[in-house]
Ligand binder design. Structure first.
Ligand SMILES: Cc1cc2nc3c(=O)[nH]c(=O)nc-3n(C[C@H](O)[C@H](O)[C@H](O)COP(=O)(O)O)c2cc1C
Length: 194
């Protein structure tokens, strides 16, 4: 498979960047080709503007380039830190602008219907909180509803899963375990539609 990893972090030395590298190394070990979209390094503009309101990206525009990158991918991994129980602004803008109405979806009554071909999808999301804190307040279920049911089905990601990497600011041992897990997620990435 060709695997696109989309990274949202301004610091190349951040834990999130290390997670993306580990995931890609795992995918590479499994024999997949890999491509990195480093949104901050590439200067992606997440702002929704009048060009987005008008729709239909012009050839060569930032959106056309992102959509071409997606078009050649069989699997997509988004890596972003959990901010305020949601996506950071960069990822949010990339999702809003790139996966547009008429290109990714054209209806909202069936979260498993997309205009895009089926792709394998995974979210690797470092989160500062511990897993018991996340579960006690129902945040895991809320994210599952918003992202698995409410977003990524419309983009044709199937199977799709969230890996909340809880305790990302914890001990070195904890962080090493999360890095190992990310490698395994890359190495065992399922085929689209499996
Ligand atoms: C603006 C901001 C908001 C955050 N919100 C949350 C949150 O809602 N839940 C959580 O568990 N961690 C939250 N965190 C902690 C980050 O998820 C954590 O610092 C990050 O996963 C560490 O990865 P990094 O080193 O790659 O930045 C937040 C951090 C920042 C800077």
């Amino acid at each position: 498979m060709h695997v696109l990893t989309v990274l949202d972090h301004p610091d190349p030395n951040a834990f999130s960047a290390a997670i993306a590298r580990q995931f890609m190394a795992g995918a590479h070990e499994a024999g997949h080709s890999t491509e990195l979209a480093d949104l901050h390094a590439e200067g992606f503009d997440p702002r929704w503007t009048m060009a987005d309101v008008r729709g239909t990206p012009t050839p060569g525009s930032d959106i056309a380039l992102e959509q071409a990158r997606i078009a050649r991918a069989d699997a997509i991994c988004l890596v972003f830190p959990l901010y305020w129980w949601g996506m950071p602004a960069m990822t949010k803008g990339w999702v809003d602008r790139v996966w547009s109405w008429g290109w990714a979806y054209d209806q909202l009554d069936d979260p498993d219907r997309s205009l895009q071909r089926t792709r394998s999808g995974v979210l690797l999301v470092p989160a500062g909180a511990r897993s018991d804190e996340i579960e006690a307040r129902g945040y895991g279920a809320a994210l599952d509803t918003a992202w698995m049911a409410g977003t990524f089905g419309y983009f044709g990601l199937s199977p799709r899963r969230i890996e909340l990497l809880c305790g990302s600011t914890g001990s070195e041992a904890r962080r090493a375990a999360l890095l190992d897990r990310s490698f395994e997620v890359g190495r065992t990435l399922p085929q689209p539609g499996s």
